[in-house]
Design a protein around this ligand. Structure first.
Ligand code: SOE
Length: 383
């Protein structure tokens, strides 16, 4: 069987997750990596036994052996690198956000029009949890009736203290939105996936709870803690919290809030879909369980069990019930569905993938911009 050869650009926190996911796919082979920090890339190459470690992105792009390139760089580099990958004729799997703004992501879509053979994906990984896929199928099969309301949140605490710092705080690198762009887009993607509908109208309130932070002199990894006593005080220009009311194109009303300053919450992405017959609730911190709520019988908590799942969702679950599957598995599923789409010879012109495409990534940037606008003008904004 043919194996797809992969290259990874950026070997920080998320780059390593991609590398490990590729390694778990039988028909994929990780052949090369690169990082702006060449020493780090070399260490990773040794640790993971990656045959080629390039000094520059251009060298990696010029490698004829490579079919797929993962863009795991910081946000401000996504656009240029995505463009280069497409122009090098490689399939591209990018971290979110695709670009700094929707003008840039729109330009990527234009470039893709002239490169129709390229398969493009964005890492909205939460949609690929087995139970999120199962909920999608249940909603589609009308099990909860017609969806009426959607609500939930995504809460973290890794930026609670004023001594917490990471490149995501800097709008030059992260972009004009942090909390909404970084984790709100995951929530919106998950909810759009399970309902099969789009958010089209938003009304938002954003808040910077910690307006000044102590930026350490050393570089701190995402979720890392700085031990440095040397710092400079900086003004924070992006939001720590956001609340959004919304309407979807199928009439569903919704509300969600996101925070990176909620003590004790780590990766607390949860949503509930309330339908005319019943409700379903799922939380990423307990990913193997979903709650089903009823008006006319007892509520129940259902444990992920491949034996009783829909065939569509079962393709994304591997372990027997009681053997937890979680965040890394969902990320693997996302990357697997991307590679499977390519190896099966499918085309984004004709086939609908389970993973998020650049089209979806572009729409999520437009949603983020509408949320920023709504917060600014204190009014509802159409996307
Ligand atoms: C930091 O908030 C972060 O790593 C996000 O950037 C990821 O997208 C999310 O999955 C986990 O948290």
């Amino acid at each position: 069987m043919r194996r797809l050869k992969a290259g990874v650009i950026g070997t920080g926190f998320i780059g390593v997750c991609h590398m490990e996911a590729i390694r778990r796919i039988g028909f994929a082979e990780l052949v090369a990596i690169t990082d702006i920090n060449y020493e780090l890339a070399k260490r990773r190459a040794e640790e993971y036994y990656v045959p080629k470690c390039y000094k520059t992105i251009d060298e990696l792009l010029a490698d004829d052996e490579i079919d797929v390139i993962h863009n795991c760089t910081p946000n401000n580099l996504h656009m240029e690198i995505n463009e280069k990958i497409i122009k090098a004729g490689k399939h591209v799997f990018s971290e979110k956000p695709l670009a700094r703004n929707s003008e840039e992501s729109e330009r990527l879509l234009q470039i893709l029009k002239d490169n129709k053979n390229i398969v493009h994906g964005v890492n909205f990984n939460y949609r690929m949890n087995p139970l999120v896929q199962e909920i999608k199928n249940k909603v589609k099969a009308n099990e909860i009736g017609k969806p009426i309301l959607v609500h939930g949140s995504y809460l973290q605490d890794w930026l609670l203290f004023d001594t917490d710092y990471n490149w995501r705080i800097d709008p030059e690198i992260c972009g004009p939105s942090r909390c909404i762009a970084d984790i709100g887009t995951h929530w919106m993607d998950a909810v759009q996936t399970v309902t099969g509908a789009k958010i089209i109208d938003v009304c938002a309130d954003l808040f910077t709870a910690i307006p000044k932070r102590k930026k350490p002199k050393e570089v701190v990894e995402t979720f890392g803690v700085s031990k440095s006593m040397e710092y400079e005080e900086i003004e924070v220009k992006t939001e720590d919290y956001g609340a959004v009311l919304f309407k979807m194109d199928n009439g569903v009303r919704g509300v969600f809030y996101v925070s990176q300053v909620s003590a004790g919450r780590k990766c607390y992405l949860n949503f509930e879909i309330d339908g005319t017959k019943s409700s379903i609730y799922w939380n990423q911190e307990t990913p193997d369980y979903m709650w089903m709520g009823y008006r006319d019988k007892d509520n129940s908590i259902v444990m992920r069990n491949p034996n009783f799942m829909t065939p569509e969702a079962r393709q994304y679950t591997y372990l027997a019930a009681g053997h937890p599957e979680g965040w890394n598995d969902a990320l693997k599923n996302n990357i697997y569905s991307f590679y499977k789409f390519i190896i099966d010879g499918k085309s984004l012109d004709k086939d609908t993938p389970d993973f998020a495409t650049f089209q979806d990534g572009h729409y999520l940037i437009k949603l983020t911009e509408a949320i920023l606008k709504s917060n600014e003008i204190r009014q509802w904004v159409k996307v």
